[in-house]
Write a protein that binds this ligand. Structure first.
Ligand SMILES: [Zn+2]
Length: 69
């Protein structure tokens, strides 16, 4: 199953831009996120996000397997 993924425009205190999928309960508001496209794996979504923000990282709530920090 593919999900729409988003990267937050807001940098966290640790410098990361978190990557969320559309059903995450903490997904940023539309004005605070950029759409990455549909992916079946958060790793592909984080790779796409890193083209925009090199410090992109998976959200620990919706994408724990892609959360490295
Ligand atoms: Zn999330």
């Amino acid at each position: 199953m593919k999900l729409m993924y988003y990267v937050s425009k807001i940098r966290q205190d640790n410098g990361d831009h978190e990557v969320h999928h559309e059903t995450c309960r903490v997904v940023p508001k539309p004005e605070n996120r950029r759409a990455l496209g549909e992916f079946s794996d958060c790793k592909d979504a984080v790779s796409a996000a890193k083209e925009i923000y090199p410090t992109a990282d998976g959200c620990k709530i919706c994408s724990p397997s892609c959360n490295t920090r």
